[in-house]
Design a protein around this ligand. Structure first.
Ligand code: ZN
Length: 434
């Protein structure tokens, strides 16, 4: 692995095109880096399990060993393409383990893809049906120590609620009204964290619902001895209590005014909160829930599938390709770089060699906006000029020298830079500890 003198890379006339891609890749690799640390905790735990005799003779052991190997090496390398004309980065190849219940790299990837697809779909449904508004609905059953039993209880109760809705919508004269029938479409996911003291499981379902008027959540009343009072109870909470027998915990939020993207994110967060839980709990969740459907949709939002492929769709046109390899401590380093722009006609690329004569283009403006999001880290950009972009980028390189793309040898002769002092001056720099 060799590192480049930053002056060489930033001096390349076309680098203005490449920079925004590098920034995106840095951001994404940082997210994967954090996820890798969690995945490693998990694979270390699985390794310990495999070392224990009681599991060693377990019939499922060979399978566990394979899963362990895959989780251990998951996302060890990532290949991104930065498409110049679209100014978009795409993850086009990686070695994912495809066990999102165990591995945070796969979980964040799946969550991201789900978010993309559903957010788009929900926005479209709302634009076609402007009377519909989005709300967040959370339904819960009582906590308990037995994960499988609690999950089954929540799942079967939720199915009954859905069946009541379907029946009423199908034949309102024959079947009883349910507040749930006000929901015209929903996406939902199961979340089963442990309680704060770690003694019990706390299963619930997050739903993004679309409706004209939200369900009346109502209330459930008990007398002083704790006996249920049906005549003094009403709404969805009452319906839920009659179904579950142990919980009336239902919450409806946002009054239809919350940001749609935030609501989507709340639902798409995968069923497991890795960072808050012990690997032993993650392992138990995996053993109980692997292969089960923990995400779904119904009504007007029915039909959006969980993506099996965790990669992005490739785009057409010229691109730079970066292959990143996992180093350690949450850090990726650049393994290889390909300039695949030569074979494409790319009129939007900046080909002017004298950097100081460049005017502010749309491309620069969008890039400055991206740099500005790094404002606190790299200083504020007040004037969107090429020089400032250069300056910010040279600071960026000082912080992330391991991500600087090696310059193809035939380009080196063109690599000059003006107007940037040698503040960074790194030749070779070790990746920072995380
Ligand atoms: Zn994975």
């Amino acid at each position: 692995m060799s590192f480049l003198d930053p002056h060489e890379i930033v001096g390349k006339p076309t680098d203005l095109n490449a920079m925004s891609g590098i920034l995106d890749i840095i951001k994404r690799s940082e997210r994967f880096g954090r996820a890798k640390i969690q995945s490693k905790r998990m694979s270390d735990f699985m390794g310990d399990i495999l070392d224990q005799d009681e599991y060693y003779f377990d019939a499922v052991n060979p399978r566990i060993e394979r899963i362990y190997e895959r989780v251990k090496t998951c996302a060890d390398w990532l290949r991104f393409r930065h498409y110049i004309d679209h100014d978009e980065t795409r993850l086009t190849a990686a070695n994912f383990c495809n066990h999102p219940l165990l591995c945070q790299c796969c979980a964040i990837r799946r969550g991201g893809l789900l978010l993309q697809k559903h957010h788009q779909n929900i926005e479209q449904v709302i634009s076609e049906n402007p009377r519909l508004k989005a709300f967040m609905l959370t339904i819960t059953v009582a906590n308990g120590e037995n994960l499988s039993e609690r999950y089954e209880h929540l799942k079967s109760s939720f199915k009954r609620l859905q069946a009541n809705r379907r029946r009423f919508i199908g034949n309102p004269d024959r079947y009883a009204f349910t507040e749930f029938a006000k929901i015209e479409g929903a996406v939902f996911s199961y979340e089963i964290p442990k309680t704060k003291d770690g003694s019990q499981w706390n299963p619930h379902i997050h739903m993004l619902i679309l409706c004209e008027n939200p369900p009346d959540v109502g209330f459930v009343n008990f007398d002083k001895d704790g006996n249920y009072l049906p005549e003094k109870s009403s709404g969805l909470r009452d319906e839920w209590y009659r179904i579950t027998g142990d919980s009336f915990m239902i919450d409806c939020q946002n009054n239809g005014k919350g940001k749609l993207i935030d609501m989507c994110m709340e639902v798409m967060k995968y069923a497991v909160k890795f960072s808050d839980q012990e690997p032993s709990d993650t392992w138990e969740l995996f053993r109980c829930l692997n292969g089960l459907q923990l995400f779904g949709s119904f009504g007007v939002l029915r039909g959006v599938k969980i993506p099996k492929n965790l990669l992005d769709e490739p785009l057409s046109g010229a691109y730079y390709e970066y292959t990143l390899k996992y180093f350690s401590g949450g850090v990726y380093e650049l393994h290889s770089y390909d300039d695949c722009t030569q074979d494409y006609e790319t009129p939007s690329r900046i080909i002017e060699s004298d950097v100081e004569s460049l005017s502010i283009s749309e491309c620069e403006a969008s890039m400055v906006a991206k740099y500005a999001s790094y404002g606190s880290k790299f200083g504020t950009i007040e004037t969107p000029t090429y020089k400032h972009v250069f300056f910010t980028f040279s600071m960026l390189i000082a912080d992330y020298p391991y991500l600087v793309a090696p310059l193809p040898s035939h380009e080196k002769s063109r690599a000059t830079i003006r107007g940037v002092n040698s503040a960074s001056g790194h030749d070779t720099v070790d990746p920072p500890d995380c």
